[in-house]
Design a protein around this ligand. Sequence first.
Ligand code: TUI
Length: 310
Amino acid sequence: MIRINELLGIKYPLIQGGMANIATGEFAAAVSNAGGLGLIATGGVSAEELRRQIHICKEKTKEKFGVNLMLMHPQAEEIADILIEEEVKIVTTGAGNPAKYMKKWKEAGIFIMPVVANVALAKLMEREGADAIIAEGTESGGHVGEMTTMALVPQVVKAVSLPVIAAGGIASGAQLAAAFALGALGAQIGTCLLVSQECPIHEGYKQALLKAKDSDTIVTGRITGTPVRVLKNQMAREYVKREKQGADKMELEEFTLGSLRKAVYEGDTKRGSLMAGQVAGQLEEIRPLSVILDILMKEYQKVIKAVSSF
Ligand code: TUI
């Protein structure tokens, strides 16, 4: 099978993760211009604002780009139609089951790549007509499942005959090589793009990522049912404590209300929800997107040569 870059008509086999409140049209265009597949996030933006972001992205890149539909979005229905109206060619989905939109997306010729966190949803998505599957391990930032990338990817590869893209825990050439070794034909990356020059998050958020060590992320919401991986801080610790004490979902939602926005726009590293994957501990410096992607691919080439000489 051919790699996802050939399938999509992009330079590198790298697609950007959704990243609510962060991946604007301008950012997605910058990822696409750097050789990856940029995706505009829908989490945190209204349907009308999304339409504007799609227009911005089209102006800023001639390369392929897509939109990530966060299925818990209150306007998910409306956004599903906007994607068709705006002739978006590639869609990834997250945080749910997109089956009810897939027939009309397929009729519109959209290339559909649902993000799944287990084999059951991967199989269902194949039956519903997905074009590729993004298998996302719990190492990822944001909303996560239970399985690790190492265990999930080969099991999804075995279960479906579609191209599989590995996600979660990929930020170096060695990790990219590992993803291919597991049978993936591409990788989704997110956390390592947060520390790009082009990423529109607050400088405080970027500095917190650079400071993070290997075990500085924590999953909030495991008990209440919406697990989200973030950098450990006062807010995250307090959330988990209250959750263990039996706080109800409404109370916790009030507590975290606007916390992602606080992190992204104000750089509030104490009270904000700084979504990040476990690779945060690997991040060392702020670089242009093109450098991040080029280095990742160069490292990958070196790693496969070294491994094959064993
Ligand atoms: O969606 C993601 N990552 C996200 S979404 C997001 S915005 C958000 N913020 C706070 C709370 C909730 C969302 C931040 N990060 N990744 C893909 C992903 N999808 N991970 C896990 C899943 C998933 C979970 C349950 C997919 C399907 C599912 O259930 C399927 C069903 O049938 O309901």
